[in-house]
Design a protein around this ligand. Structure first.
Ligand code: TA6
Length: 274
């Protein structure tokens, strides 16, 4: 099957790459694209695509303990197999046999089957399922590291995480969220939360993100200086993007016995204006 699957149905368009099982577009009919994709994204196999929905696996961030490489695991650098595609869905798979030569694989030498099911319609549904296909228990971290387009980050709010404890990777330490999140600088936070989240993007457009199977919601915007340091990030791109991620990060890794599976999902929709 093709390296890039494009979906175009009456409800929406979508685009999914075999590279990383990376969703790079979801545009509901009559709406602006919902996902942010860097115009400088590097689509070369082995690289990590900037924007869309990176799949982080089998660790989130630097990995457990010390700094594992590559950051966010090897799944987003791998070429997945497109198992099935229809007018409204794509199913991709990655197994341990597909990643024997990938950097980082030696840090996590387990037998696994990873599947991403993408359903493209009036809602975007992403379901990431890991199955332990070996004969020993293993633990892993993961995330659907979704980049959203916003009109203006300084006018954007995120509701739904009030009262949640978060790890602040910029200021250090942890704190409790007071009311909606507003953005005034670099933000990199891991919220311990299973709640639904609503992004309001500064123009009245709202994006609702409903998740399952994930203990952490990560909220990230690199702001100006960090964005400028990334070769695949346009200098002004930070003001029009925001990551809201369904993660199982450090401390919330999932442990699977042989034959067991776990699914993390994100369901994304544009609720009508209240
Ligand atoms: O999810 C937030 C984060 O872990 C940040 O720390 C930030 O670096 C971001 O992911 C992007 O990571 P990447 O490896 O794609 O540059």
């Amino acid at each position: 099957m093709s390296d890039v699957v494009r979906i175009d149905n009456p409800a929406a368009t979508g685009e999914v790459h075999a590279h990383g099982a990376h969703v790079t577009d979801w545009t509901p009919a009559g709406a602006e694209p919902v996902l942010w994709l860097s115009p400088l994204a590097d689509l070369t196999p082995g690289s990590a695509i900037r924007g869309g929905v990176p799949v982080c696996f089998p660790w989130f961030g630097d990995g457990p303990g010390d700094a594992y490489e590559p950051k966010h695991g090897f799944a987003r650098n791998a070429i997945w197999t497109v198992e099935e595609s229809t007018d409204e869905s794509v199913r991709l798979q990655l197994t341990d046999a597909d990643v024997t030569d990938l950097p980082g694989r030696e840090r996590w030498p387990h037998a696994f089957t990873l599947e991403l099911a993408v359903t493209v319609g009036a809602e975007l549904l992403l379901e990431l399922t890991c199955t332990n296909s070996g004969d020993e228990d293993f633990s892993y971290g993961s995330a659907l590291h979704t980049y959203f387009r916003v009109a203006d980050i300084s006018r954007t709010t995120v509701a739904g995480l009030g009262g949640a404890t978060f790890l602040d990777k910029v200021a250090g330490g942890s704190a409790v969220q007071d009311g909606p999140i507003r953005f005034t600088g670099e933000t990199d936070r891991v919220y311990e939360s299973v709640a639904d989240v609503v992004v309001e993007d500064g123009t009245g457009r709202r994006i609702m993100i409903i998740k399952t199977g994930s203990a952490d919601t990560v909220v990230w915007n690199p702001w100006q200086v960090r964005a400028a340091a990334m070769a695949d990030f346009p200098d002004d791109g930070w003001s029009q993007m925001l990551c809201i991620e369904a993660a199982n990060a450090a401390g919330h890794e999932i442990t699977l016995a042989p034959g067991e599976s776990h699914t993390v999902s994100q369901r994304i929709k544009l609720p009508s204006t209240p």
